[in-house]
Design a protein around this ligand. Sequence first.
Ligand code: NDP
Length: 451
Amino acid sequence: MAFDYDLFVIGGGSGGVRAARVAAAEGAKVALAEDDRYGGTCVIRGCVPKKLMVFASEYPGHIADAQSYGWDVTAGDFDWTAFRTKLHAELDRLEGVYRSILKNNSVETFDARATIADAHTVELSTGERFTAKHILVATGGRPVKPDLPGSEHALVSDDMFHFDKLPGSILIIGGGYIASEFAGILNGLGVDVTQYYRGAQILRGFDEEARGLIADEMIAGGIDLHLGTNIVSMEPVEGGYKVKATNGSENVFEQVMFATGRSPNTSGMGLEEVGVKLGRKGEIVVDGYSQTNVPSIYAIGDVTDRVNLTPVAIREGMAFVETVFKGNPTQVDHDLIPTAIFTQPEFGTVGLSEEDAAKQEKIEVYATSFKPMQQSFAGRADRVLMKLIVSQESRKVLGCHIVAPGAGEMIQLAGIAVKMGATKEDFDRTVAVHPTMSEELVTMKVPVRSA
Ligand code: NDP
């Protein structure tokens, strides 16, 4: 049977665009449909604008430090409108780059919503129908809010880039990546930030010592963080929203933002109707090759809820093309993925937390926490953490956790060593780069504890 396309990709985010481009470069006839902006969550309403906001929010600290270093400078006011205008111009530019990547690789694009009509047919919101030998679903996810009185008034992370003016105060609900990153960003931009997290410590699942230090520093930096606290209800009042909390308090905040997790974009797409198996959260269930139980339909990225990170979606897209279009069955290795959380202070992490490693085997913990030179000279009390988790038996470094300015940059490099299976002794025989913060990773001689 002749199909209109070899591949129809649904979703123009990082994963979908990469798969479409690489498949087309292999000579496949490829189409892609996107009903929103090209670039997807990461480029349009996630990683990229978030990180630019992190940069913007860090300048008051840099300026205060500059004064301590003898510079005669003062911060003045932050012009949100000027920043936002520039931010959106940059996002427009990047969206253009994504569109031209597809065009230059002869991928046919449709600015339309796509649904799956059968195992080989895609139907667009324009009414057009196309057949394809393979369909790749890369529709990502979206923020979800819990259903509680008044939550329809609350913002989500998508809204953080569109304020007409920055609020005077905001309540952020959640203790994950997004809640904790935006708490730091908005605090740095001068917004009065309160954060409620229902659990005992933010960033659940990560190394406890690192989480503890990040939370302490966030509080020291001015964020009013309430652990073991959740929202009960909210209602509009003069000047914002009155929020009732589980601790019995009632406070008014100008804005409320829920960062309470994300949900895969699978509803209303015809997936279940054609027999594609979905998981408990609505995610598409795939095998190691990103293939669903309907052999012609594959899925990559956040919609599969494996490891929800842009570079992982890109790898899944590449592996899909290797498997389907290059005859080289390739699974993505989801083990030992380094990642950065752009909290303030920044967190870079790879491998197992101390707690998870200790459950698995006997370990040694090497850790040091200190005031880094640059900030210490400026009179700041900020501390950084360098931590290695080492297997007693194999001597391999099982985990590396860095809380420090630039931790994201550092963990990319440490991640290579950990991924290669470096031992503690491999770290030790590497000469320190002096004077840096990360030199501590190769100079910690004595474990602080064994478990
Ligand atoms: P997470 O799943 O990381 O965190 C959700 C948070 O909301 C948790 O603290 C959770 O608490 C809490 N929560 C969930 N439901 C409720 C509820 N009903 N009431 C109160 N609190 C609730 O989601 P995020 O939205 O922060 O991020 C989504 C994903 O996006 C991340 O997993 C990550 O993969 C990706 N991401 C990555 C970034 C990076 O790489 N730097 C940056 C931003 C996002 P509990 O812990 O108790 O479940």
